[in-house]
Design a protein around this ligand. Structure first.
Ligand code: PEP
Length: 253
């Protein structure tokens, strides 16, 4: 089954609205003629409306970096899925390792966030990945099994087919230490097999992205791997020219 490659740029806590507008005006002409790849930017909450407006009718989708699982309530500082869809946001990153580590995001909450996101019509990207110590201890598969199984627990087979999963080894995020092609392929194939355990048909359609120090120089090799359907790109997505080169690499590979 041919899966359309998907390149998502995670800006994290970077770019004011003014910075974001400059960036998108630079990016759109660079990616407008690159066909056969889905492109998203995952931006801070304050940039969402401006980026939705500036990308309307273009090939670039706009994702949030988090949301709360509840429909409403006393959760100061949080936003709901409906608040995102109301302003035409396309999707949301869920369970990024920084949110798991710094904000105690749990697999249980993520399982409900996936349901809430899909119910609202958002495209969720669920992030999973092991720490360096877990890899050294030989616990990579155990960690991935736990995160994928718990994350998907409340989804039907049909819902599972609609999500994207990003395999992001924590030791490779923002470190410049990229996983080897063998490590990345092996882990992404394992994630796909876990999806298949829950929903056999979904395993063929769910896109599994690699994330962790992807840049314009290493993207083509990673994106050519059989079970890697795209990339979640942090640092290298902050520059429009570099990000567009990674988008182009997804089509070439
Ligand atoms: C990320 O933020 O998800 C990420 C993979 O970051 P970087 O590309 O900078 O390693």
């Amino acid at each position: 089954m041919a899966r359309t490659p998907f390149i998502a740029g995670n800006w994290k806590m970077h770019k004011t609205v003014a910075d974001a507008e400059d960036y998108i005006q630079a990016l759109l002409p660079l990616v407008s003629s690159i066909d056969g790849v889905d492109v998203a930017i995952c931006v801070p909450f304050t940039d969402l409306q401006a980026m939705v407006d500036s990308t309307r009718g273009s090939r670039v989708e706009v994702f949030a970096q988090n949301m709360h699982e509840a429909e409403k309530g006393a959760f100061t500082g949080e936003v709901t899925a409906a608040m995102l869809t109301e302003i035409d946001v396309h999707g949301v990153v869920l369970g990024h390792s920084e949110r798991r580590e710094y904000y105690n995001e749990t697999d249980r909450a993520l399982a409900q966030k996936l349901v809430s996101a899909l119910d609202a019509g958002l495209h969720p990207i669920l992030c999973v990945g092991e720490t360096e110590q877990e890899r050294e201890r030989g616990d990579t598969e155990r960690k991935l099994r736990h995160q994928v199984q718990e994350g998907l627990e409340r989804l039907t087979a049909q819902q599972i087919a609609q999500i994207t999963i990003a395999y992001e080894p924590i030791w490779a995020i923002g470190t410049g230490k990229v996983a080897t092609p063998d490590q990345a392929q092996e882990a992404c194939a394992f994630v796909r097999a876990l999806v298949g355990d829950r929903a056999a048909d979904a395993a063929d359609v769910v896109r599994v992205l690699y994330g962790g120090s992807v840049n314009a120089a290493n993207a083509a090799e990673l994106l050519a791997l059989a079970d890697i359907d795209g990339a979640l790109v942090g640092g290298a997505s902050l520059d429009a020219e570099t990000f567009s080169q990674i988008v182009a690499a997804a089509v070439a590979s």
